[in-house]
Design a protein around this ligand. Structure first.
Ligand SMILES: [Zn+2]
Length: 291
């Protein structure tokens, strides 16, 4: 059975980390058009991305998810690309900010470089730079590769201040929003990590991708000893999963059963690892399979 993770209609995040209540309403009007060319990998990345925050917060902010950006020319529109290069100049406010479209690229540093290199349209744009002093707010959520490389949100926020002749109200609003969202996400991640540590009784959890147990019994009080079974799952050509029992059922506390399982899986390859489950859960599961 596939379990669908529910997400908020507004921000697309799981409800526990929804940030809709923090978003400015109405949207902020920076007085400049911004086009964000986003690498498809970034769009798929599960980690917190700063671009949706900009999408929800700013007027005239559009996102184009592509590996090969093409820009239709619009009469009277002047585009500049916020990206380093030998000919890049410092971004400066001008009388024609109304006609300006600031193009930014979003992805890892490598992806962003590839996006620019792949697109003759992006290559043809004059490049601009901004001075970013603060280190990124992402903290431990994302590793930014070098000093001075900040999130897309932070770069856009700074650029808006420059174009507004130093008026930094929109920048501050965006940064405080970002800070609160990151804080919420970090608190959630920390709580998850602490819960995991408790769950495994201090034993570090193996990497998610290496854990075979797709279904484990709900946590029970540690003093509560019950019957557990080691099992493996194999998936047939028809996509059906078959559970197989390994060894006799054994009586154990929940955390001890988990620890035995971790020990048993040490050095085993993915697909060859064991899961551990309550005997009655195993019985129910195999009965369902046969039904
Ligand atoms: Zn939401």
């Amino acid at each position: 059975m596939e379990v669908k993770r529910s997400v908020c209609d507004g921000c697309g995040r799981p409800p526990i980390v929804c940030y809709c209540d923090l978003l400015p309403s109405p949207r902020l009007a920076p007085g400049v058009r911004i086009l964000c060319v986003q690498h498809p990998n970034e769009a798929k990345r599960k980690a917190l991305s700063s671009v949706p925050l900009l999408q929800h917060s700013l007027e005239d902010f559009t996102v184009d998810v592509t590996e090969m950006a093409t820009l239709a020319s619009v009469p009277g529109r002047r585009r500049v690309l916020l990206f380093p290069g030998p000919t890049a100049e410092m971004l400066a406010p001008s009388a024609e900010t109304e006609a300006l479209e600031l193009v930014v690229v979003d992805g890892t540093w490598k992806e962003a470089k590839r996006l620019v290199n792949n697109s003759p349209d992006l290559q043809a744009l004059p490049r601009v730079l901004i001075a970013c002093s603060a280190s990124s707010l992402y903290g431990s959520l994302r590793n930014e590769p070098k000093d001075g490389y900040v999130s897309t949100l932070e770069a856009v926020a700074q650029a808006i201040t420059v174009l507004r002749h130093g008026d930094n109200r929109i920048q501050l609003r965006l940064l405080s929003l970002f800070g609160e969202v990151v804080a919420r996400q970090t608190a959630f991640a920390d709580a998850g990590r602490r819960a995991n540590e408790a769950f495994y009784d201090g034993v570090p959890k193996p990497d998610r991708s290496r854990t075979p147990a797709r279904a484990v019994a709900p946590a029970t009080d540690d003093g509560d000893c019950r019957e557990y079974i080691f099992y493996t799952v194999t998936t047939g050509f028809d996509g059906r999963e078959a559970w197989a029992q390994h060894g006799p059922a054994f009586v154990s506390s929940y955390s001890h059963a988990m620890r035995l399982c971790v020990e048993r899986n040490e050095g085993r390859k993915r697909g060859e690892r064991f899961g551990v489950v309550l005997k009655e859960t195993f019985a129910r599961r195999t009965a369902e399979d046969e039904a």
